[in-house]
Design a binder for this molecule. Sequence first.
Ligand SMILES: [Zn+2]
Length: 461
Amino acid sequence: MTAVTLAVSTSAGTARPPQDSTTAPGPVAPARAAALDACLLHGDPAVQMSEGIPTVRGYAHSTGTVRALTLMVDFPDAPGRGSAPDRFAEFLPQTRAWYRTSSYGRLDYRAEAPIPTWLRMPKPFKEYGIERGAPFDPGYRTLVQDIVAAADPKVDFRAYDLLNVLVTPNAGPSALDTVLSVTFAGNLDAPVADGVPVANASFVYSRQDDGSGSYGRTGYRVLPHENGHAFGLPDLYTADGGGAVGHWDIMSEDWGANNDLLGWHKFKLGWIDGTQVSCAATRGTADYELTPLALAGGPKLVVVPVDRHTAYAVEVRTRAGNDEAVCRPGVLIYRIDADVDTGHGPVTVFDAHRDTGGCTHSPNVHAELSDAAFRPGESFHDPQHGIRITVTGAMTGGGATQSPEPKVSAIEATGVSGAGRTEASGSPGSRKPPGASGVARTSGAPVYRVRVTRDTDTGRG
Ligand SMILES: [Zn+2]
């Protein structure tokens, strides 16, 4: 069947970190924080897992060295086939490399498997009641307790930042039918091991093998997705599938060709710092330069806040780094809603070319949004809030200017629903953009120029 178009996994358990507690160290240096204040979205306290910055306490830290205790687990009714190290090798060191690339080296992800054999659980798999969407209690609590009891003689849980449980693939249904993989994140009510709660635990089941022959190369990607939850990132797909964000973030789609994270997520994780982010909060017109998100250094993100919970984000996506599925490079524009919970559409990507079918034929890549990026001469417009974002130019590393394309389209956003229409409009980018001097970038990489116009200051609603 071709029904497998999204990696479905639920996130977070019934327990969650207190939203009003002291927040964890964020990615923003104090001096820069004031200038960015209007762009650090506040999560609604009722939201289990929000896009707000900084991430609340309880999740694993996402910069520096992260130690991931990785255990391969089997059951009396589903004995492990093949060796436990082979199961480990389906995900590592690929996941380590994925994080190194996406974080520009800011996350040193170290997965360790101190028990190089299958860790046998005392009860049959079916007795734990593990189903898709199953809550932490009682099944997962029992499973974690049994894992801790089995591993504790050989493992000091205090030495690790998160737990990966790689379940033998023959336990439970095929991922082609039901994806069970799940992370219980920020779960301070979890069972305690060596005096610390197992607060961030990712469980990976089956194999996300779409039959296209790429499993050996890309099938590991469920693990960086699940660990993304351990770092506090919400699911971006919804009950309707991956149509909100498409393949622009691994928290939206983690089957198929490799992909990266949105710039907002990299900012939230501390991989982009405040000096690489601009906050367009005041009325008037301002121009910004952006370098490709996949390349280290330079300006990466423009945030245009609507209110305390909602903003537009602007970034450049090209085929580089982890972004191997990009078929139409350009400026990606999306809306972030910090008061929308995981799995309910906290991010919405705007499609510069609607109803085209997209530009990709890659399996498991949401096609329609694959050509979502805006190019010179194209603009996004939110008439309700008086915000217009226009791509005014793109320059190669050699300094040559790329003229705006003659055919111009604009997206008209209608309030928070995000429903828009494509229309032709006059070219707002007819002038030649100035050079990109002063922008640190990799030689030869394109620099995009973006103009933000807003009629009013950011509302505080
Ligand atoms: Zn997920």
